[in-house]
Design a protein around this ligand. Sequence first.
Ligand code: FES
Ligand code: FE2
Length: 333
Amino acid sequence: MLSGKDAEKYIDSQCGVKGYRYPFTPYPDGWYAVAWEEDINPKKGLPGKICGKDVVVFKTESGNVNVFDAYCPHLGAHLGYGGVVEGNSIVCPFHNWSFGESGACDGVRCVDKPIKASVKKWRSVVVDGMVMAWYSAGHEEPLWQVDSYWDEGWTKPALTDSCQWVLRVHVQDICENGIDTAHFAAVHGTEDFADKLEVNYHKHKAYWSTTGEHKVENEIVRTESDTVLQGLGLLSLLLKDPAAGISIRTYLHMTPIDDEHVAVRMPVAIESSKSESIDSEMFNAIVHELAQVIEKDFDIWENKQYIERPPYSRIDGPIGKFRDWAKRFYTQE
Ligand code: FES
Ligand SMILES: [Fe+2]
């Protein structure tokens, strides 16, 4: 028999929708974050996860960032746990086989000739501080390139521990949340959202702008925002509080890591005041505030069902079109 806290815990664990909840694969085609560049130790491999695959991220001596499949083709050691960088190669910790930038084995200890073996190299790019890799179920080549949204006069995008989460959700659901203006008031306490949101679509990109009023410490703050989605893995948001003269850039990186979980990372940059101490104070306050706003969504995301044909209300308008656009990322369906 369970009672008290144990009973509560048991009920909690039995509630919510169990198992895979979506009528599409957890891994749509796209560019996904695998590591924050600053987290890479220049001497070591860093383990990562993307679309159900284990990878290793490393930086060569000449400064290139590479993403490889994690497992050494010799006897299967994970290159992210103990793999070291030598020159432009990564060396396996198990028997010291070495793999060059192409992924091909370029050295085996005590053997004169390299052995024919290689690890898969992922297409990768570093944009605004984030290492991203291209995933596609059917295409080798990326279908688009990732645009940078960082500008001169802004602080360098920074990623704090408080802005990283692993959530039981689908990347498409998080993106849909951005255009679901009807939830802004209910979940985030934002009033005066645009009655009819105009979302513009261009190939792999979607754009929209909103205005809103939030209560911050009993004061009404009016904000304007411009959002760009690049595929279903990266949402960039420019948030302005014109009255206070504050502009914030957030990046919401969403990486499917396994069938049910998404790693969410949210680096933030602010328009610089030209004073380092003011910038850092502002940054800390803003990061705290933004994390609180997004965390309000998490319980809903982790426990909801995906309704394929919802009974839309007048203001739910953009959701249907968004779902049609999102189909382009499922090339193997
Ligand atoms: S497992 Fe990597 S060198 Fe043997
Ligand atoms: Fe939300």
